[in-house]
Design a protein around this ligand. Structure first.
Ligand SMILES: Cc1cc2nc3c(=O)[nH]c(=O)nc-3n(C[C@H](O)[C@H](O)[C@H](O)COP(=O)(O)O)c2cc1C
Length: 359
């Protein structure tokens, strides 16, 4: 297989990734109801790490109780949670990949029946899909959640995470603040919609010190009145100025869910052009994602300077050994884009994949 760039190492924020392939955050609902890592999660990530990706972003992890997107999402609110995560990060590292972790708060895109708390958001506007009206966060609420991100980052770093990703995509709390679609505030967090995010970065830098930070954003929300790439280029620049080492470019919100995990008929590399636009506007490495099905295509994206890293999610769920099998010209189980993984992520169910009964 004539690959040029995708197997090259990359230095970011003082660490070296062994290649340019990333397994991005993938919420499974496979943790315990208290948010502890389970044997199934360990096995899933160990298999993917053995498969050959250079970086594995575990999670998402909910940083606050009122920000849990699902019943069995991973948490990091105690030393005991961190100890189980340490096992997970160690297993990933032993298999040659850099273990990373995604921290998030679901904002209005969850239900109080899941979190056990009133929903919170930049403005008291319900998500059109979840339909529950959130409470508008006041100054104390904003500070509490920013501190939760910082505390989670300190624990994750101590537990051995090599990089921390902050989930600002898909309309969750950080993404909700970024967007005029969901942020109608008149205070400084409304006038400067990136402020909530940049303050989190600054707090993490101040309290957790040096650790590479990736910021995931939806470069286009694909909703009327939402973010488009003309605004997100500027947001990415602000994140870079605040200390982001990587920008991870995704797309969509719950109201445009097809873009979050695009069906196959949206085409190969459907959002690569967005990554290219953000890459051209910033000076940090950029991760692209969305229907990337082969290493040859991933290599081409990097060769053509459209992104620096390529995230491949569902294809590595369908076959955790996809990377190595591709390199060895072995057949692998193909993701058919059937949507089962997403479909089963409702209520108290966990993900499953018809291609990978081992999951
Ligand atoms: C079941 C499922 C859960 C996901 N969970 C997360 C998540 O927790 N955080 C996140 O940023 N993206 C999440 N994603 C999005 C993926 O990281 C990725 O961007 C998306 O699947 C598109 O990549 P792909 O075409 O390679 O699958 C999830 C996707 C799926 C299918």
């Amino acid at each position: 297989m004539g690959l040029n760039k995708v197997l090259e190492p990359l230095n970011i924020g003082g660490i070296t990734l062994p290649n340019r392939i990333v397994f991005p955050a993938f919420q499974t609902n496979l943790a315990t109801p208290e948010g502890f890592v389970t044997g199934r999660l360990l096995r899933m990530y160990r298999n993917i790490a053995e498969g050959g990706s250079g970086m594995i972003i575990t999670g998402c992890i909910a940083v606050s109780d009122d920000g849990a997107p699902a019943t069995n999402v991973m948490r990091i609110k105690s030393e005991e949670h961190a100890a189980r995560l340490k096992e997970l990060f160690t297993a990933i590292r032993k298999n040659g990949a850099v273990p990373a972790v995604q921290l998030m708060h679901a904002g209005r895109q969850t239900l109080s029946a899941i979190t056990g708390h009133p929903l919170v958001a930049p403005s008291a506007i319900p998500c059109p899909v979840m339909k529950e009206t959130p409470v508008e966060l006041d100054g104390n609420g904003i500070e509490r959640i920013q501190d939760d991100f910082a505390k989670a980052a300190i624990r994750a770093k101590k537990a051995g995470a090599g990089l921390i990703e902050l989930h600002g995509a898909f309309g969750y709390l950080i993404g909700g603040f970024l967007s005029p679609y969901s942020n109608k505030r008149r205070d400084r967090y409304g006038k400067d919609k990136a402020l909530f995010f940049t303050e989190i970065i600054e707090k993490i830098r101040e309290k957790a010190g040096d650790i590479p930070l990736s910021c995931r954003i939806s470069a286009d929300e694909f909703v009327d009145g939402g973010l488009t790439v003309s605004e997100t280029k500027r947001i990415a620049q602000r994140l870079e100025e605040a200390g982001a080492d990587v920008i991870s470019v995704a797309a969509g919100t719950y109201a445009s869910m097809a873009h979050m995990a695009p069906p196959a008929d949206m085409g190969e590399g459907v959002h690569v052009h967005l990554a290219k636009a953000i890459k051209d506007a910033t000076g940090v490495p950029v991760i692209c994602v969305g229907n990337i099905w082969s290493l040859e295509y991933a290599d081409r994206v990097i060769m053509e300077n459209k992104a620096d890293l390529v995230a491949i999610c569902r294809q590595q769920i369908a076959d955790p050994r996809f990377v190595k099998k591709s390199l060895n010209n072995q057949p692998f189980n193909k993701c058919t884009g059937c949507g089962t993984c997403i479909y089963f992520l409702r209520g108290a169910n966990s993900v499953s994949c018809p291609q990978n009964p081992e999951l």
